[in-house]
Design a protein around this ligand. Structure first.
Ligand SMILES: NC(=O)c1ccc[n+]([C@@H]2O[C@H](COP(=O)([O-])OP(=O)(O)OC[C@H]3O[C@@H](n4cnc5c(N)ncnc54)[C@H](O)[C@@H]3O)[C@@H](O)[C@H]2O)c1
Length: 268
């Protein structure tokens, strides 16, 4: 069975995790505007989920997305009450800073575990629930919001970087295993996006943007995600510079590590 050429939201039933805020809510809005039939939202932030759900008009699930049973129950309920899911957007995520910016191993192991659970295991739990259904129908799209930190690294947050690299690993594995089954997979990898995740004064927090190439609005990232999926792309990089950095990294890893050390000195 050929891989679908791309994802068209029109008349689709979608689930967006982390949909109460930030990039997830922007994705849900963009999917609705592009003609999606139903967009269900999942988020552990029940307070923000209620108004977001009212605005988007679909089912809401106040769950921890890394809870395998809760993720499976959500997928089953959407399929029973609404219909076959066309898109699962695994978008919820968390960050944890290094305890000592000069030491990548300084954050407590529990911070590494928390990031791994939400930023990677939740994607696997979602895929366990939804991909067999996609496979039965020979159709479906899995969008993983990861980060440029999964391709390059996030200065000041080893727990985040490690978990996002793991998420890239899973998305790649998923993409090539389901490629011949009519199922699409995309990995959305922005640098900085203006959401709660980067704080109230992101320009200050990010030291004048020295370690990022501009802060994008969540709406721009959502638009890039829809465009990338429409084109059937695996890797979606809303910041143009990311692919260039990947090329430099692959061409000379030692030079890249040296460049990151220099950038770390500038930023911190
Ligand atoms: N903001 C950025 O600069 C940036 C850059 C690259 C990638 N990302 C990624 O984009 C995604 C969305 O983040 P955002 O920037 O919109 O941040 P955000 O904090 O605005 O949104 C994240 C959402 O995920 C939810 N969430 C977190 N853990 C959860 C859990 N266990 N179960 C259910 N919901 C949970 C939060 O409640 C929140 O609504 C994340 O995966 C993040 O890592 C963000």
């Amino acid at each position: 069975m050929p891989r679908p050429a791309g994802f068209d939201p029109k008349d689709q039933i979608c689930i967006v995790t982390g949909g109460a805020n930030g990039i997830g809510l922007a994705l849900a809005r963009a999917l609705k505007s592009a003609g999606a039939r139903h967009v269900a939202l999942a988020d552990r932030d029940a307070e923000a989920l209620a108004p977001a759900g009212q605005e988007i008009g679909g089912l809401t699930f106040a769950i921890d997305v890394a809870d395998e049973a809760a993720a499976a129950a959500m997928v089953a309920r959407v399929e029973e009450e609404v219909g076959p899911i066309g898109l699962f957007a695994a978008n919820a995520g968390i960050g944890r800073p290094d305890a000592d910016p000069a030491d990548a191993a300084s954050a407590p192991l529990s911070d590494f575990e928390d990031c791994f659970r939400v930023n990677c295991l939740a994607h696997i739990a979602a895929a366990k629930a939804v991909v067999p259904r996609f496979r039965d129908r020979g159709a479906g799209w899995f969008l993983a919001t990861i980060s440029a930190a999964g391709l390059l690294s996030q200065i000041g947050s080893a727990p985040y970087s490690v978990s996002k690299h793991a998420a890239i690993g899973f998305a790649e594995s998923l993409a090539y295993t389901v490629r011949d089954q009519g199922i699409g997979v995309s990995a959305l990898c922005p640098q900085a996006v203006r959401t709660a995740m980067i704080g109230e004064n992101p320009e200050d927090n990010l030291k004048g943007g020295a370690n990022v190439d501009g802060i994008l609005e969540p709406e721009a990232v959502a638009a890039a995600a829809l465009k990338g999926m429409a084109e059937g792309r695996f890797l979606i990089t809303p910041h143009e510079s990311v692919r260039g950095y990947m090329t430099h990294k692959a061409a000379d890893y030692d030079r890249w590590i040296g460049g990151m050390a220099k950038l770390r000195r500038q930023v911190l």
